[in-house]
Write a protein that binds this ligand. Structure first.
Ligand code: CO
Ligand code: CO
Ligand code: CO
Length: 314
């Protein structure tokens, strides 16, 4: 494991990105993320993949500066399609104020796209997933259920309007949420992606050596998700997440299998999960609102009890 006096955040707590101090005023944040298409629209894919890659910089409280395209693309597919993917990524990076300055493409059977992003933060101001404090309140900034919706899409049973809302949510930058939390000062943050709400929360609980409680009824859910769940639409990644966290979760007996799976649903480009002291909660909610963040859900608390474990209440 890499270690250096200027490496402020490395791989030890499975954080969203690494942070390296250049001098007293500046640290760089470095991260890479890429994945396979989530819908059949190449521009949307590019835009969501870029928003997701940029998110790991936002989760650390940073400002993305430059990025490189990471591309796998089948030589047999129309090159215009790749152009649309890159255009989606370019437009999203531009919205973030981040410059795409190059990249690399390899021939690949299945398309893949994402960014390696470099951002900056003031040393000591970086927000890690390893500093949640007992008594903190947990705030989530996007609804969940994108894994279930995109899986339903591949099976042809997700209604168009449901997919459209989900894509708009995934393509939304976590920029406003990140800037809001930096204005307030919060203890801990992670973005919700492939490991699902409970998987990323467990990372925070383990890294911070605290317990956490989540209330299912307070977790915002995208429209259409419950219908798809009732039809048995669950991605493989969500089942994997469920078996990965299960031993560390105390479920309330009244919770249905569908509710439990949803809490583990593998997200693409999800929101920030922010741990903030109770006395700054109102200020955070107000700053999120003034940053235009529409979802500002108080979903649970951090506890001193049960370090590394999550209690899920109805
Ligand atoms: Co992340
Ligand atoms: Co990451
Ligand atoms: Co990531």
């Amino acid at each position: 494991m890499a270690s250096h006096p200027d490496l402020l955040v490395g791989t030890e707590a499975g954080d969203d990105a690494a942070v390296y101090r250049l001098d007293e005023k500046t640290a760089i944040i470095v991260t890479v993320d890429f994945f396979t298409p989530i819908t059949d629209d190449p521009y949307e894919f590019g835009s969501v993949a870029a928003a997701n890659s940029l998110s790991d910089v936002y989760a650390m409280g940073g400002k993305p500066l430059v990025a490189l395209n990471v591309v796998g693309f089948p030589a047999k597919l129309a090159v215009e399609m790749l152009g649309d993917v890159l255009k989606g990524g370019y437009d999203k990076a531009t919205e973030a104020g981040c410059l795409i300055v190059g990249g690399h493409t390899v021939d690949d059977e299945e398309p893949k796209y994402g960014l390696s992003v470099v951002g900056i933060v003031e040393p000591g101001k970086e927000v890690t997933n390893a500093n949640a404090q007992p008594g903190d309140v947990l705030v989530l900034t996007k609804p969940i259920g994108t894994g279930i919706i995109t899986t339903g899409c591949k099976a042809g049973i997700t209604p168009d309007a449901v997919l459209k809302t989900a894509v708009a949510t995934m393509a939304e930058l976590n920029k406003g949420a990140s800037e809001a939390m930096m204005r307030v000062g919060v203890n801990s943050c992670t973005d919700i992606t492939g490991f699902g709400l409970l998987g990323h929360l467990r990372g925070m609980a383990r890294g911070s050596n605290v317990g956490a409680t989540i209330r299912v009824s307070d977790v915002p859910v995208l429209p259409g998700v419950w219908d798809l769940l009732e039809k048995g639409t669950v991605p493989r990644g969500t089942f994997r997440n469920m078996s990965s966290v299960d031993a560390d979760v105390d479920w309330d007996d009244s919770l249905t299998d569908e509710q439990r799976l949803l809490m583990c649903d593998a997200q693409t480009s999800g929101g920030l999960l922010i741990s903030v002291t109770k006395d700054r909660l109102d200020q955070l909610l107000a700053e999120l609102e003034s940053s235009g963040v529409r979802t500002r859900a108080v979903v649970g608390e951090i506890t001193a009890d049960n370090p590394g474990r999550i209690t899920v209440a109805p």
